[in-house]
Design a protein around this ligand. Structure first.
Ligand code: TGC
Ligand code: FAD
Length: 388
């Protein structure tokens, strides 16, 4: 098998810095040599390759675009390419890095106390600690403002009660960032593994993101000391700011999944003989390939410009919504088309397109569903809120 080369029809390579190329190539080699050989087994078993976490930390893959506290501080385009390469492997791999960096390290860096930063950022960056982000509840996914998880002041801390659902890394996390209402206001609490009254139950039976740990977090009057409240995270807006960071990573990550599927069927259709000719020789196949290439290229240009805006500090949440909505749905359609081109073998896990397709169903739902991002754009365009 030849090494994956990526898709670059519009010479995006020429726009990339030396650093960006290095980051991408390092991540590509890591995924090819260290991740892909075991993904099939992990996907079947429904497990995440935890043994790779310290290695990913050593390669600077967690919180890579954050600065201070010894963090890598790579630029946002390099960071995007990192997410692209991780998701080329599997959405679960990118999810792990997204949650760790954008949803746990970013809020600690942005809203945390000095002591919280000193303690947790080096541990999370190196992979010696794993984090998770608990916002969603059974009855409050798209509408996190309606959360019922509560914090009550008690002595020199808080008692947290409530249930969070669908939490990536939840059952393997050393640290859970839990969002809860304190006196009616949404706040962020750092809940450590082993806290009495705090348990994580792994979600089983998933048909998507199988190589990712998903859990329910149960808080039954779990005591969290005063110093574990994020001092500057106040209101839903703080949680939504974290989501912007993670959604930005998904914009690029989805491209990686789409590229993996396209690459797979470009090779396959040239080799597969039907009616005595290669599948690639038929016009319908060529039309499918041309459409996939076009959509991936459009998605790359969206991601690149979004990255430039982020670098300039000009990226608006609605611009992230547009790109997350487009690129994930595009990747999902690409994966479905690729699965079809593969025919029957496309349902076997010897091929990757269907794994990506199943994963992308989750990616289309989490971090704001396709519909929620549609409505965010509608609200921005019209000034009329059709969400609630
Ligand atoms: P709304 O009134 O619109 O907003 C409340 C305040 O927040 C501001 N705001 C944002 N700020 C920063 N970034 C954003 N993206 C923002 N969106 C809104 C807004 O301006 C307002 O500010 P202010 O100053 O007026 O107070 O709140 P709403 O209750 O109407 O809800 C809006 C809505 C639906 C868009 C939001 O709640 C939403 O995004 N829902 C989707 C929930 C979601 O994405 N959950 C993700 C959970 S984490 C996850 O899925 C991880 S998956 C693992 C992985 O990443 O791999
Ligand atoms: P709902 O909100 O119940 O939506 C169901 C349907 O209704 C969707 O099609 C939606 O688009 C539509 N809908 C909702 N509101 C409207 C509306 N106003 N108008 C029109 N249609 C609407 N959450 C975390 O906090 N942390 C995590 O780490 C995390 N990881 C996840 C991992 C996986 C694998 C999955 C699947 C989810 C994860 N989530 C996580 C939860 C995820 O963010 C939510 O699933 C998502 O926000 C949607 O919420 P919901 O599932 O409750 O769907």
């Amino acid at each position: 098998m030849t090494m994956f080369k990526g898709i670059d029809y519009y010479d995006i390579e020429s726009e990339l810095s030396q650093e960006a190329r290095l980051v991408r190539d390092t991540a590509r080699a890591f995924v090819e040599r260290e991740f892909l050989p075991s993904i099939r087994e992990h996907y079947r078993a429904g497990t995440f390759p935890l043994e790779l976490v310290p290695r990913m930390g050593a390669l600077g893959m967690f919180g890579a675009n954050l600065s201070g506290y010894g963090l890598p501080a790579i630029d946002n385009i390099s960071y995007g390419l990192l997410m692209q390469e991780l998701e080329r492997g599997d959405s679960g791999l990118r999810s792990f890095a997204s949650v760790q960096g954008a949803l746990v390290m970013y809020p600690i860096l942005t809203f945390g106390s000095e002591a919280q930063k000193q303690r947790w950022l080096p541990l999370l960056a190196s992979g010696r600690a794993i984090g998770c982000f608990g916002l969603t509840e059974h009855d409050h996914g798209s509408d996190p403002a309606g959360m019922t998880t509560r914090a009550v002041k008690r002595g020199n801390g808080y008692l947290l009660s409530g249930v969070k659902m669908w939490i990536t890394n939840g059952a393997v996390a050393d640290l859970a960032l839990v969002w809860a209402k304190l006196d009616g206001e949404i706040r962020g609490f750092l809940v450590e593994r082993g806290t009495p009254g705090f348990t994580a139950n792994e979600v089983v039976g998933k048909l998507s993101l199988r190589a990712s740990v998903t859990a329910e977090l149960v808080l039954d009057e779990a005591f969290v000391p005063e110093e574990n409240l994020l001092p500057d995270a106040v209101g839903l807006k703080s949680a939504l700011k974290c989501l912007n960071q993670a959604r930005y990573g998904i914009v690029w990550g989805a491209l990686g999944a789409a590229m993996a599927c396209f690459d797979e069927v470009l090779v396959h259709s040239a080799e597969r003989m039907v009616f005595g000719r290669p599948l690639a020789a038929f016009q319908l196949t060529q039309a499918k390939l041309a459409d996939m290439l076009t959509e991936i290229t459009k998605g790359q240009l969206l991601a690149l410009q979004l990255g430039r805006l982020k670098e300039l500090g000009k990226m608006r949440p609605e611009q992230v919504s547009l790109a997350k909505r487009n690129n994930v749905r595009m990747a999902l359609e690409t994966a479905r088309t690729a699965r079809g081109i593969l025919g029957a073998v496309g349902i076997s896990d010897e091929y990757q397109s269907m794994r990506h397709m199943c994963n992308l169903e989750s990616v289309d739902t989490y971090e704001g569903t396709y519909e929620i991002h549609t409505l965010a754009l509608g609200r921005d365009l019209t000034g009329i809120d059709a969400i609630s």
